[in-house]
Structure formats: structure tokens, C-alpha cells
Write a protein that binds this ligand. Structure first.
Ligand code: HEC
Ligand code: HEC
Length: 449
């Protein structure tokens, strides 16, 4: 009797605990279930699809583009290539808040500015996924743009050549014309001791600059061969061929869309941690990030003022300020507005913002949650000592100029979830890009830095 009673008690305890366990499991399941259900409903409502990029260029075109991208012969002083500021070992950026152009030496944090040179006014963006058809603008202020009818407009206005394959190719026409980035100043002497012929061309004469660069390239037999293989049947080559090759290389080499996030959006529930899913719920929900970081690209391709502290020499007529999109449109509504960046691979691409004002992703995210306070309490010590005096004394109110900018309050745990979501946008293959570095370039100039 006594024994059987004990057994019954044990049995019922066992049953109760099994029941609790089952209950626990089903609650967990329901939670996991509702997390995916809620998130997928949000993604459907907001039309978020996986990011896709067409990259089907011929290997010969890409090979020419790679040689050009890494060759300092493109710069007036033969001391800087595209890769100096968009380096594969630095996630296709330069790791600096603001770039140091021609005259500088070294790479990344070790790069030194040339004596008497001016800082490049903006942060060198990554070149990941630029072939996505969602892109309508290149540059932080969108000064290279593709209209709905396919026409491409650029700072060269009516001098813009025909035949550009895409926006990325159009962009490649301009770094070689920029005095501080690649062209150099009149009177400069290049690294081989020759006068800098590109620097003496008058500023607005884009065709003359492009012809001079092509003349340099076609004087090198290996380039003639590379151009011939890239454009079979063609005998004369011009800057459009150069631009299309560079664009093809950038798109072919730096398309990285296999992030956990993209796999999740494509239907794989297991691709994302619960933390990242919670973060995504906030991003597309309560935190309001997706009102601008929207769609497959996580960018609305619009321009917004995010009250980022002003840092650097400034740009154009606005200097020492950088008026951003207003420099292009002349519209007061665009004052301090910059293109919403795509956030794919964003954990790799610091420093962040148009001028690299934030040097950790967490600082950038905290700023985005409360831009006004982020600006008012900006911590300059996150910048390199050289850049700290470059922060302009401007209040958040001055930068906001009457714009209504919301603030989002999240708990610390929620902020970490949001950061976990941003981490899920990293394609693991983008972590190592060393295979995109060539062994040498046709000019024979050194590759290092
Ligand atoms: C001195 C550093 C430097 C060099 C050299 C340089 N860039 Fe850049 N690049 C930048 C900066 C800074 C920006 C942003 C400028 C702006 O938005 O006003 C930029 C913007 C870009 C963009 C636009 C990306 C986007 O998201 O809009 C592309 C593409 C690009 N560069 C490719 C190139 C290519 C190709 C070359 C060589 C022909 C090159 N860059 C040379 C610093 C550099
Ligand atoms: C009103 C539009 C808008 C909203 C809302 C918004 N952003 Fe942004 N975001 C931008 C723009 C524009 C920039 C670039 C600003 C600049 O450089 O001056 C930016 C920059 C960023 C950057 C830096 C990216 C880079 O490559 O430098 C991150 C990270 C970011 N936002 C995350 C978020 C998160 C997280 C939220 C939600 C809490 C959010 N943003 C809300 C428009 C927005």
C-alpha cells in the first residue's frame, strides 16, 4: 500500500514534470514561431526581398578592370590607385574617417597625409554590391545619378560620354579628375621625377583629362593587349572602355549577397539567430530604421539629414561645411542631407557616415537612434588625433535647422539585438578579399599602399 502510494506519487510527479516540459517546449515553439511569423509578415508588408546583383561580365573585361583598379599610373603623381582608398584588405574602404589622397603614403590606419595636402572632404565608401539595380545614385550627395529613363547624369554634364554600361562605370570617370584624390596640383612632380601632366589641365576640361589618362595607358603594351582582349574587334579605345572595365571589376569582385540575412529573407528560418530576428523586428518595426533603410538594398535612395557632426575641410561653396545634397540641388530642404547608405556588410565598412564621424558600429547605431543627442554629445576622441581639430563647432540645432528628427528609445538589450541584426548582414565570404589583389600591374608601379 505504502509502496504503491509512493509509486503513484512518483508517477504523478513525473507526469506533471513531463507536462511542464511539454508546456515549456510548446511555449518556446510558439515564441519561435511567432517571431518568424511576425518578422515575415513585416517583410512582406514592406516588400523586402533578398538582394540580388547581376554580375555576368566577361573575364577579359574584368581582368582589364582589375589592372586599372590597382594601378597608380592612373594618378597624376603615379602614387595612388583606386585601391589605396578602396582596398580589399580594408573591406574596400580605407579604414579612415576621411581619405588622404595623392601625396600621402601607406595604407589604412598607417596612412600618412602628404605635406601641404588637403584632406578629402568625405569618407571613402565601400564598393560592395554596387551593381544592384536598386542603386540610383553614386556618391554621398548623389552627383552621379541614373534617371528613370536610363540616362546617366554626372558632374561632367554634357561632356559625359555615351556608352557607359552602368552607374558604377560612370563613377569611375571622376576620381582621376579630382585634384585631391588622384590628379594632383599644377606644379606637382610625380614619384618618378616627371612633371605631372594631368594636373596642368584646366579644371572643367574633363575630356582633356580623360584623353591624357588614356594616352598614358595605351603607351603601355600590356594595356593595349588587355583592352584588345576585353573588347574583341575594337581597334581604338577611349575612357568609356576604361570606365566600363573598372565598373565590371568592382561589380564582379565585390558582389557579396550571401549573408545570413539574405538567406533568411530568401526563406531559410534557420539562417538567423533569435537575437538577430529580434533586432530585425525592431529595425523594420518600432525603431523605424526601415523608413529609410528600406527594400532589398536597405536604402530608399533618398537623401536625409541625420545630424552627423560636421568634420573636415567641407566641400565646394559650403566650405568649411559640407552641405551634402544641397550642393547638387540648391534646395534648402537638402541641407546636410546625404544618401541613405545600403547596410549590407555594414559591420565591415567603418568608419561610418559620410565623414566617418563614428568609428564603431555601436556608436553609429546609438547616433541613429537619437541623432540630436548623438550630435550634442559627440565624442571627438574616437577620431585619429590628426582629425580631432577638424570637427566644426556647430550645435545639433544648427545642423538640424528646423528639421523634425525623431528619437527612438530602446533598452540596452534591444540595442544589442539591433547590432546583432546588422551583424547578420555580413556575407562571410566578404571577410577575406585577398584573392582580388593582383600580383602586379601593367605599369610595373608598386602595389603596396
Ligand atoms: C583618395 C581616396 C580615393 C581614391 C584614390 C578613389 N576613391 Fe573612390 N571614393 C573616395 C571617396 C572619399 C568617395 C566618396 C566621395 C563623395 O561621396 O563625395 C568615393 C566614392 C567612390 C564610389 C561611390 C560609392 C558609392 O556608394 O556611392 C565608388 C564606386 C568609387 N569611389 C570607386 C573608385 C574608383 C573606381 C577609383 C579609381 C578610379 C576611386 N574610387 C579612387 C575615395 C577615393
Ligand atoms: C530618416 C532616414 C533614416 C532613418 C530613420 C535611419 N537612417 Fe540610418 N542613415 C540614414 C542616412 C541618410 C545615413 C547617412 C547619414 C550621413 O552620413 O550623414 C544613415 C547612416 C546609417 C549608418 C551608417 C552606415 C554607413 O555605411 O556609414 C548606420 C549603421 C545606420 N544608418 C543605421 C540605422 C539604424 C539602425 C536606424 C534605426 C534606428 C537608422 N539607421 C535610421 C538614414 C536613416
Amino acid at each position: 500500500m505504502c509502496i504503491s502510494r509512493r509509486i503513484t506519487i512518483r508517477l504523478s510527479l513525473l507526469l506533471i514534470s513531463m507536462g511542464l516540459l511539454l508546456l515549456g517546449v510548446s511555449v518556446l515553439l510558439a515564441e519561435g514561431d511567432s517571431l518568424d511569423t511576425a518578422l515575415r509578415r513585416m517583410l512582406a508588408e514592406q516588400n523586402v526581398s533578398p538582394l540580388t546583383v547581376r554580375n555576368d561580365f566577361s573575364p577579359e573585361l574584368v581582368a582589364l578592370g582589375q589592372a586599372l583598379f590597382f594601378d597608380k599610373v592612373l594618378s597624376g603623381n603615379q602614387d595612388i590607385s583606386c585601391a589605396t582608398c578602396h582596398h580589399p584588405l580594408l573591406a574596400t574602404g580605407d579604414g579612415l574617417s576621411l581619405s588622404f589622397g595623392t601625396g600621402g603614403k601607406g595604407l589604412g590606419a598607417a596612412r600618412m597625409m602628404g605635406v601641404g595636402r588637403t584632406l578629402v572632404p568625405r569618407n571613402a565608401p565601400h564598393v560592395f554590391n554596387l551593381g544592384a539595380e536598386e542603386y540610383q545614385f553614386m556618391f554621398w550627395d548623389g552627383r552621379v545619378a541614373q534617371l528613370a529613363d536610363g540616362r546617366i547624369i554626372t558632374p561632367a554634364k554634357e561632356q559625359t560620354p555615351d556608352g557607359l554600361l552602368n552607374l558604377v562605370a560612370a563613377q569611375a570617370l571622376f576620381p582621376i579628375t579630382s585634384i585631391d584624390e588622384m590628379r594632383g596640383r599644377p606644379g606637382d612632380v610625380d614619384v618618378l621625377g616627371h612633371a605631372n601632366d594631368l594636373a596642368n589641365i584646366p579644371d572643367g576640361d574633363f575630356p582633356a583629362m580623360w584623353e591624357a589618362v588614356m594616352a598614358r595607358l595605351l603607351a603601355i603594351p600590356e594595356y593595349v593587349q588587355l583592352f584588345q582582349s576585353a573588347f574583341p574587334g575594337k581597334t581604338a579605345f577611349d575612357i568609356v572602355d576604361y570606365a566600363n572595365a573598372i565598373g565590371a571589376f568592382e561589380i564582379q569582385a565585390y558582389t557579396f549577397t550571401e549573408s545570413p540575412w539574405n538567406r533568411y529573407v530568401a526563406g531559410d528560418d534557420a539562417a538567423l539567430s533569435d537575437e538577430a530576428k529580434q533586432g530585425a523586428l525592431l529595425f523594420f518595426g518600432e525603431a523605424g530604421c526601415s523608413s529609410c533603410h528600406s527594400g532589398a538594398l536597405l536604402s530608399d535612395q533618398q537623401f536625409h539629414n541625420r545630424v552627423v557632426p560636421q568634420l573636415g575641410p567641407g566641400k565646394g561653396t559650403g566650405a568649411p561645411f559640407d552641405y551634402g545634397r544641397m550642393l547638387e540641388t540648391g534646395d534648402g530642404e537638402d541641407l546636410f542631407a546625404f544618401r541613405t547608405p545600403s547596410l549590407h556588410n555594414v559591420a565591415l565598412t567603418g568608419p561610418w557616415m559620410h565623414n566617418g564621424a563614428f568609428t564603431t558600429l555601436e556608436a553609429a547605431v546609438r547616433h541613429e537612434l537619437d541623432p540630436e543627442t548623438g550630435c550634442a554629445l559627440y565624442d571627438v576622441t574616437q577620431l585619429l588625433p590628426l582629425l580631432q581639430p577638424e570637427v566644426l563647432e556647430m550645435s545639433a540645432a544648427q545642423i538640424m535647422m528646423g528639421t523634425q528628427i525623431g528619437r527612438v528609445e530602446l533598452s540596452e538589450a534591444e540595442i544589442q539585438d539591433l547590432i546583432a541584426f546588422l551583424g547578420s548582414l555580413t556575407d562571410p565570404a566578404a571577410l577575406n578579399l585577398s584573392h582580388t589583389l593582383p600580383a602586379s600591374v601593367p605599369s610595373g608601379l608598386p602595389l603596396a599602399d
